[in-house]
Design a protein around this ligand. Sequence first.
Ligand code: MG
Length: 322
Amino acid sequence: MTIGDIGEGATLARIFPLLPASRRTLLGPGDDCAVVTVPDGRVSVTTDLMIEGPDFRIGLSTGYDIGWKACATNLADIAAMGATPTSLVVGLAAPPSTTVAFLEDIARGFHDAATALAPGCGVVGGDLSTAPVVMLAVTALGEFDGTEPVTRSGATIGNRVAVAGSLGDAKRGLDILFDRAVAPDGTVDPVAVAEAWASHPTEVAAQLRPEPPIAAGRSAALAGATAMLDISDGLVLDARRIATASNVAIDFDLAAVGDIDSLTGGEDHAMLACFPVNATIPPEFRVIGRVAPGSGVMVDGVLFEGRGGWDPLADYSSASNQ
Ligand SMILES: [Mg+2]
């Protein structure tokens, strides 16, 4: 049974009951808008697109994986501001030939990611349409509960730089999947995908079903973090964003970071935060460097010259042209 067979209303009726509920909902799906409460008067808002092709491949990712990742990456952006995720709005477009079961699988992935990573956060609304490929546009809302937003511009010289969550596993997982399961013509071998899951569960899960440390973002804000973001494109590339916004340099200790994959691999959605030297750093974080005078990102005191991560426009364009 496809979504084209049963139409929008019946498809939505199948999906809504599977989605997680938000504890801040005054009025949920069914009207022209949802209505949510904001206890302290400030809302953090972020949005993220996931497009079949540049962002995922059906076959490598199940519907469940796609829903999980779309949810988790948006939760990570809310957490990276020191906020707590409360509500999600989901726009989804898919070819009419898409099975209803596939969309239900996406909804279950959404449900399980929200429940596992940000209990109480849920889907308050969305829209459904058709497109040549599967596309998700997720908007997440969060609340600050009395603390100030943690931006990228507050790092000061002498701060310790710390990370919560894994570094490099998502890139290793992507490399394993592409090496073993994607043919040169782009076709996916489902047996090889299953074997990759079995042999490298940590790395493959980090890529397809990431578990960003959402609560750590809030812990960092409460501990007085001066700057923070989630590592979506690579440790070096994202750290440079803090360095530029804060007009400082960030110097990583390579032994503490790990290896080159950990320096440049994207999509881990770990939290990278700067803390004053006298702060009590939350236990989820480990110190991997310091904020120094100057500009850019250094590794063991030497300026890192390369881009240091993934650019979704430039890199996908060059990969597609190979
Ligand atoms: Mg981010």
